[in-house]
Design a binder for this molecule. Sequence first.
Ligand code: ZN
Length: 123
Amino acid sequence: MHKHSGYCTIYASMSNGDPTDGICTCGYGLYKKYSSDYSELFSKEREEYNKNYYGGNKTIHDTEYLDVETNKGKVVSIWFRCLHLNFKQIEVDSSRAKEMKRLYSNGKNVPKIDAIVVKNLKG
Ligand SMILES: [Zn+2]
């Protein structure tokens, strides 16, 4: 047995909607799992998703926040670990600034970042 086949949805896309994962009915997935090889247990849709998944344990650094780089008060770049991200800088009024400072002040209400999904991840 060398690959998925038949009605296995890992092998062939499901026709009912937009599957994010597949079901192996051909037995190849189980065969691979017994040898602790999980590389072919995902549908091509999930593989496509994983290709643009940045973070988790797939990166050298393990920070859980965005690095915002500024120069003279203007944001020049935003990074998550080694990946630079698209951004749009918006100037806010003082009431919004006060509200956001309060939100971030104790750090308890701010979720940590483990990974992000981007379009067209390179490398
Ligand atoms: Zn299969």
